[in-house]
Design a protein around this ligand. Structure first.
Ligand SMILES: NC(=O)c1ccc[n+]([C@@H]2O[C@H](COP(=O)([O-])OP(=O)(O)OC[C@H]3O[C@@H](n4cnc5c(N)ncnc54)[C@H](O)[C@@H]3O)[C@@H](O)[C@H]2O)c1
Length: 255
């Protein structure tokens, strides 16, 4: 897919990996709807980036809310060609913690945002993309999900997060197989450790120590490196139905 003039929706686009994705897509000539809970940051970013970027206050767990963001892309840009799910939360908790068993509500909340929210974006974006024209190779668009290396090596205290990201990996192939008929690809990126506001909450020492666990390059990933892969996946038609690790050969230890 050539990105110039194409329309995209980025959930979680107001911060971190999502924000870098919005910037990366706009640099390539794309037009973007930022779909995020954070109104202040989302609206400010849209304002900064100009007329090719709109903000739609969105809760990915709500059908109507994501529907309105998709609708904004269709109305403002004349259609939709791609979506990137970056909205996510990472509430820690052990199966059996000091305070007792894992809260069922906390577990359900992580699944609701990370897994069901991703599926909500996927299904409604697919509907809008499927209404578009095919290009000369029969492609209508592509949808990119964000998992995590925790889908494969979840650490102690990450049971809900790892389960939610494992679900995202699991839905990738069946979605790609089904949507092939519509000329829509589905790909998931599984980042390792990236330096985003999510990580900025940690003390500097902890961030350096996390970075040192990465074999090479021995540092936290940069959001722009994630965005560069998003751009490549949109551009490269042969990437489909796959989860791509982006982690500097990191394999997380149990704790
Ligand atoms: N940073 C990392 O090291 C890392 C590693 C692996 C995976 N990931 C995943 O990448 C994605 C982005 O992470 P990040 O580090 O950029 O985080 P971040 O906290 O910087 O950004 C997440 C964004 O999602 C938005 N959001 C949260 N809940 C939402 C909801 N219900 N509806 C709409 N928007 C919502 C937040 O407002 C925020 O803008 C997440 O899915 C995260 O699990 C991050």
């Amino acid at each position: 897919m050539r990105l110039h003039g194409k329309a995209f929706l980025v959930s979680g686009g107001a911060s971190g990996l999502g924000e870098a994705t919005v910037r990366g897509l706009v640099e390539e000539g794309g037009r973007v709807v930022i779909a995020d809970l954070n109104q202040g940051r989302g609206a400010a970013l849209a304002q900064e980036l100009g007329e090719d970027v709109r903000f739609s206050p969105t809760d990915v767990t709500q059908a109507d809310s994501v529907g309105a963001a998709v609708q904004l892309a269709v109305e403002a840009f004349g259609g939709l060609h791609g979506a990137v799910s970056c909205a996510g939360i990472g509430t820690p908790g052990k199966v059996l913690g000091k305070q007792g068993p894992h809260s069922l509500e906390a577990f359900a909340k992580v699944i609701q945002v990370n897994l069901i929210g991703t599926f909500n974006v996927l299904r409604l974006a697919a509907e809008a993309i499927a209404r578009g024209e095919t290009d000369d190779e029969g492609e209508r668009g592509a949808i990119i999900n964000t998992a995590s290396v925790a889908a494969f090596e979840g650490q102690i205290g990450q049971v809900a997060y790892a389960a939610s990201k494992g679900g995202v990996v699991g839905l990738t192939l069946p979605s790609a197989r089904e949507l092939a008929r519509q000329g829509i690809r589905v790909v998931t990126i599984a980042p390792g450790l990236f330096d985003t506001p999510l990580m900025a909450g940690l003390p500097e020492k902890a961030r350096i120590s996390l970075g040192e666990q990465v074999p090479f390059p021995s540092r936290l990933g940069r959001s722009e490196e994630y965005a560069a892969l998003v751009v490549h996946v949109f551009e490269n038609r042969m990437i489909n139905g796959e989860t791509i690790r982006l982690d500097g050969a990191l394999r997380m230890a149990p704790r």
